[in-house]
Design a protein around this ligand. Structure first.
Ligand code: NAD
Ligand code: ZN
Length: 253
């Protein structure tokens, strides 16, 4: 059953003029970065209302940085997994136009993808909330929280907190990609964080096939998704891309 769906996904990708991927935290679980929701998720330990809203960062940055420092350590240690590597291969083969990612770990860049829309920013970049000076995450000392700039201002990662707007360019570009694709791969995302969760519906209403890959069903499954491939991104994607690659090498076969 899963094998049939994997072949179907490869066929749909090969026939499409434009393929776009939407990725979420599940994409990086096999790189040992915890997702927010579900088993082992960050929300089991930290209530988002208490830690991840922009007003908490402003009022009590030391508290928000308890969560941020954990994420930062995980992200700086992480390496792309076979799922990331497969999406980079798909782009090189000319069968992936762009990735819209909700992830802030920079692993799609590290895997080699070129056309990436970072919907929620990137945790590897940070800046001072007073003087705007930019700093790379690996240069930030986490010895005393919150980390501070030499001007005394609090440093924050360049990510979108709850209560903040999505960067305008990321929003317009991703809507454009959703409207114009023939296939959208929806990988490891819980369908619960808006406005990213509306992108598959936009794609579908413009005629795209929605292929969902996740270890468990989501609110997309059976509704927005044209079909659902149950499994780990790092196991399903390499199989799909291997089929696309062999068909691209032997077009008559
Ligand atoms: P989420 O945490 O809400 O959901 C993760 C989804 O991934 C779930 O549906 C789960 O079933 C699925 N999943 C788990 N392991 C998987 C695997 N191996 N293969 C395929 N699917 C798997 O994630 P979200 O919907 O992306 O939204 C949460 C927000 O949290 C994001 O916007 C992002 O900004 C942020 N976040 C980012 C990271 C990161 O950068 N890696 C990590 C945690 C949270
Ligand atoms: Zn400063």
């Amino acid at each position: 059953m899963t094998e049939e769906l994997i072949s179907r996904a490869a066929r749909d990708i090969l026939q499409a003029k434009k393929v776009v991927a939407l990725t979420g935290a599940g994409m990086s679980v096999e790189s040992n970065i915890a997702p927010f929701r579900g088993k082992g998720g960050i929300w089991e330990k930290y209530d988002p209302v208490e830690y991840a809203y922009i007003d908490v960062l402003i009022r009590n940055p030391g508290k928000t940085w308890i969560l941020l420092s954990e994420m930062q350590k995980e992200i700086l240690k992480a390496k792309p997994n076979p799922g990331h590597v497969s999406l980079a291969e798909l782009e090189r083969l000319g069968h992936l136009s762009s990735i819209i990612t909700q992830n802030v770990d920079g692993l799609h860049h590290e895997a080699g993808n070129k056309n990436i829309i970072e919907f929620h920013g990137n945790h590897r970049d940070a800046y001072c909330m007073e003087c705007s000076k930019r700093i790379k995450a690996e240069m930030i000392s986490l010895e005393s929280l919150p980390p501070r700039c030499e001007c005394g201002g609090v440093i924050r990662p360049d990510v979108v907190f709850f209560g903040e707007a999505i960067p305008h360019q990321a929003l317009t570009q991703s809507h454009q990609e959703a409207r114009s694709c023939n296939v959208m791969l929806v990988i490891g995302t819980s369908a619960e964080v808006q406005p990213a969760a509306s992108l598959p519906d936009i794609a579908k209403s413009h005629g795209a096939i929605i292929i969902e890959i996740n270890i468990e069903a989501t609110a997309f499954t059976g509704y927005t998704s044209s079909y659902f491939i149950k499994g780990k991104a790092g196991e399903i994607l390499p199989q799909i891309v291997a089929l696309v690659k062999s068909a691209s090498a032997n077009p008559a076969a």
